[in-house]
Design a protein around this ligand. Structure first.
Ligand code: ADP
Ligand code: MG
Ligand code: MG
Length: 875
């Protein structure tokens, strides 16, 4: 026997008990505690669900007894009896997990209703229409959720009846119609082999079981997979007295946010429906009305509503997403939670709440997810594009999307996976469409409001969405959409502007993102608290300018070979590689020098006053030559044709052959290459130093850092350094202005990390190249792994994360730790940084900050994210 408590009354819980009561249960308890009107009820804990799952579906022994005891007490408190003919108690049975999973699990309303109870309710309220409306709703939900009757079976009957009566809305049906519908629904259930138990307590028991089971339904699993929510948490079940938004014209149901979740602006945001229940608002059964109209329709409830929203927001100190019902003019809250929001809204809400003194800056920084900032750094439509929209819908989730139309989620998922840009066009989306939404560029729906499924999910994913574009007629069979005379077929391109709700035929051009004041302000707070520096990886002047705009404090990695690849330079680079005499090689290098110098000047100018780390040539030389197989084929062709070009082609082939390596990534590259061909590195050093001198002569302040890649032995750096210093000092001595520079090395081989004390003797700084370090330490090729076994490893949980995306904490990060420690053991102030994908990954940033590195360096568009992540690790 165990004496664990599996059930808590709302009046016993609070917001802190989320793990046990689920988000919804904890919210209901907290609202009850602070005196906000919530229908009475109790919560079955997540622990009960977890134990049931572990036991293969068998409930803990005394769970049912505990539920019945709570139900007895609820009956006593309300003076009602579940399912009784007189004063019947009706309840909802609502799932509620720890993390919100909108629409992912199942809810049953009006449980306890029966022929007798419906009659009793009709008498009691003098409103038979409402009683029978509640009854038919119950039969449908119970049939679907508990008995597994397909939902269309009920929907079809409802539609058919409305057709026969010429009714457009559910509310046009009469009492007799609804009674007929109840009889039909019972028949539908029977046809599908469902038997409705007559005992209402038995109905409750089965409903609770069905909610437990819903934790494992496929769409819930997909959602958890996408959001990294553990399958082991289980769901709580809330059993709550019903309040009725479907009692007539003084009743309503609705959903609202305390601020606009797209923009963060404090304004009315939400929708309601008069004489409706439950999911009617989000399910798009009738078109909901904007909240602003509530004042005119139900003035007294509107006043309560505004006051309650304020109360909740100041109590939770955050924007709330609420569900409410008004019964005969009285407001009840049915749910509250922190509202999902776009990145722009997250920044604005955080900033406004700080300015209003509701939260402090540290809390504000905790509220904005670094990864979310990515949304703001995506392109939007050029404000001056001048195109005319073909139709408009609601601006449900901001940002612009260009893609080919697809009409179903499966096709979207397949095409999206292949890298095609698609826009998912649906009448309305449902949780079953998730896999298509994930990969689509954007979503367009013909139906549904700002709180419809498509809108909520798109905002959560940071995807553009235009919802409820009512002029669109979709023919899923013919795969066309029609707007007036315009017919668009599958694969035609459309552009959505989720910020305005406009839809355009054909592709429109996108422009770079605009940085807002909120962005600047909140990121400024991040800069005030972070310890870790943030630099950018940038190879060109424009990239450097962008990086600085986004807050980079220098360049951590400038890859010089990217400059070699430019079409006008590649021939000169090849000439250098193919040279057979020192004089020929020098001639080619002399041509390259001014080109490189010009590039560096641009970068130093953009980064004046900030450090710029320039890495000397790294890739193996064969990367600059044609592919071996292609060149062999060319030689064959020329041979066959007896072409005069044959000798040159053969010569090139011989060169390619000589430079070929089985493992080029572990071959003649980095410092190895530079030691074999020091003249390349001499040229690069001259170009760097001359660029620095030229920029300094213009009165700017270049901070030059020259970096040697792929060092494994201290002696390599020792020799390389002397080449660099000799060359650089020659240049500086010949100049009229002064220039400081430093020479450092990448640490990207395990041997370098382990012998960092020896290497540090010749280095002014270290930059950990964690991409190569991961390759060489873990022994996984970055270019080959992702498609192959690593994907299987991740799936099977053999490794927790892709080590190229998030630094391997136990292995690679340990090498970094050793490298920093050994390096600083000989040079206490040795500057250390990380350049590599990890520099822009929040989880890696937390680890690297703890290792005491001076900075991380990442691509320019990830700089804001890194600034915020670095700040959050200090909170
Ligand atoms: P979900 O998690 O999908 O939002 P809920 O459990 O919140 O499901 O239920 C959906 C809707 O059903 C609620 O928003 C509310 O309108 C309605 N509902 C739930 N419980 C009650 C109740 N006790 N009285 C009236 N309406 C309810
Ligand atoms: Mg639901
Ligand atoms: Mg809800």
């Amino acid at each position: 026997m165990n004496d664990q408590t599996y059930v808590y009354d709302f009046s016993e819980g609070n917001a802190e008990m989320k793990a046990l009561l689920g988000g919804k249960g904890a919210g209901l308890a907290e609202m009850t505690r602070i005196g906000i009107p919530v229908p009475d009820g109790f919560t079955v804990t997540t622990a009960a669900c977890v134990e049931t799952m572990r036991a293969g579906g068998t409930w803990p022994a005394d769970l049912w007894a505990q539920i019945e005891a709570r139900l007895d007490a609820l009956e006593a408190r309300t003076g009602r009896t579940l399912g009784a003919a007189e004063r019947p108690l009706l309840v909802s049975v609502r799932s509620g997990s720890v993390f919100s999973m909108p629409g992912m699990m199942d809810t049953i309303l009006n449980l306890g209703i029966s022929d007798d109870a419906a009659a009793g309710l009709a008498d009691e309220t003098g409103n038979p229409r409402f009683a029978w409306d509640s009854y038919r709703r119950f039969l449908q939900m119970y049939g679907e959720v508990v008995e597994g009757v397909p939902s269309h079976a009920f929907e079809d009957e409802l539609t058919a009846l409305k057709g026969r009566r010429g009714a457009t809305a559910d509310t046009d049906l009469s009492v007799e119609d609804l009674q007929e519908l109840v009889a039909t629904f019972r028949q539908v259930a029977r046809t599908h082999g469902a038997d409705l138990p007559t005992d209402p307590r038995e109905q409750l028991r089965r409903a609770v079981g069905a909610v437990f089971d819903s934790w494992d339904n496929p769409r819930a699993r997909v959602y958890r997979g996408l959001n990294n929510i553990s399958d082991d948490l289980g769901t709580a079940v809330n059993i709550q007295q019903m309040v009725f938004g479907n009692r007539g014209d003084r009743s309503a149901t609705g959903v609202a946010f305390t601020r606009n979740p797209s923009t963060g602006v404090k304004e009315l945001y939400g929708e309601f429906l008069v004489n409706a229940q439950g999911e009617d608002v989000v399910a798009g059964i009738r078109t909901p009305r904007p909240l602003a109209e509530l004042e005119a329709v139900l003035p007294e409830a509107y006043g309560q509503f505004l006051a309650t929203m304020d109360r909740l927001e100041s109590h939770y100190g955050d924007m709330q997403d609420i569900e409410f019902t008004i019964e005969e003019g009285r407001l009840f809250l049915l749910q509250t939670r922190n509202g999902k929001r776009t990145a722009a809204a997250a920044l604005k809400v955080a900033r406004d709440l700080v300015e209003d003194g509701v939260i402090d800056r540290a809390t504000a920084l905790r509220r904005v997810e670094p990864a979310q900032l990515d949304q703001l750094l995506h392109p939007g439509l050029d404000p001056a594009h001048g195109a005319t929209p073909v139709t408009r819908g609601l601006n449900a989730s901001p940002g612009a999307a260009v893609g080919q139309i697809v009409f179903d989620a499966d096709t979207a998922a397949e095409r999206g996976k292949n890298g095609d840009a698609v826009v998912l066009v649906r009448w309305e989306t449902t949780p079953d469409d998730i896999h298509g939404l994930v990969v689509a560029q954007g979503v367009l729906t013909a139906h549904g409001g700002m709180t419809s499924h498509a809108a909520v999910v798109a905002r959560g994913m940071g995807k553009p969405c235009v919802a409820g574009a009512g002029e669109i007629v979709i023919d899923t069979r013919a795969k066309t959409l029609t707007i007036g005379d315009l017919v668009l077929a599958e694969n035609d391109v459309v552009t959505l502007d989720g910020s305005t709700g406009a839809v355009y035929a054909g592709p429109l051009e996108l422009v770079p993102p605009q940085i807002t004041d909120d962005f600047r302000e909140v990121l400024g707070w991040a800069d005030d608290v972070r310890r870790l520096g943030v630099r950018a990886n940038a190879d060109t002047g424009p990239d450097a300018v962008k990086a600085r705009e986004l807050g980079a404090e220098g360049i951590g990695l400038c890859r010089t070979e990217h400059m070699f690849m430019a079409t006008d330079r590649l021939p000169v680079v090849q000439q250098m590689i193919l040279a057979t005499t020192a004089a020929d090689r020098q001639a080619a290098l002399d041509k390259l020098l001014p080109m490189q110098q010009a590039d560096f000047e641009e970068i130093f100018e953009a980064m004046t006053g900030l450090p710029v780390t320039i890495r000397l040539i790294d890739p193996p030389l064969h990367e600059f030559l044609p592919d071996f197989t292609e060149q062999s084929l060319l030689v064959q062709r020329l041979e066959a044709a007896g072409s005069p070009d044959l000798p040159a082609a053969r010569d090139l082939l011989a060169h390619i052959k000589r430079l070929r390596e089985f493992n080029p990534m572990l071959g003649t590259r980095g410092v190895r290459l530079s030691l074999l061909y020091p003249e390349i590195c001499v040229m690069q050093t001259r170009a760097i130093i001359r660029a620095g001198l030229a920029v300094a002569a213009r009165g700017l302040d270049p901070h030059v850092e020259i970096m040697v890649p792929l060092v494994g032995f201290a002696e390599e750096l020792h020799r390389m350094r002397s080449v660099i210093v000799t060359t650089a000092d020659e240049e500086v001595a010949a100049a009229e202005v002064a220039l400081d520079y430093s020479v450092g090395t990448m640490i990207e081989l395990p041997r370098a990390a382990l012998t960092a004390d020896k290497i540090a003797e010749h280095a002014d700084f270290f930059s950990f190249g964690t991409n190569d370090l991961t390759q060489t330490a873990v022994g996984i090729s970055r270019d080959d792994a992702e498609g192959s076994f690593l994907a299987a490893y991740l799936e099977a949980g053999i490794v927790p994360a892709n080590p190229f995306a998030s630094i391997d904490a136990d292995g690679v990060a340990e090498l970094v730790r050793i490298g920093v420690e050994k390096g600083r053991s000989v040079k206490p102030g040795l500057k250390t940084g990380v350049c590599g994908e990890h520099g822009g990954d929040p989880a890696s940033i937390a680890i690297l900050d703890a290792l005491g590195l001076d900075y991380v360096s990442c691509s320019p568009y990830r700089v804001p994210l890194a600034r915020l992540a670095a700040a959050r690790t200090t909170l």
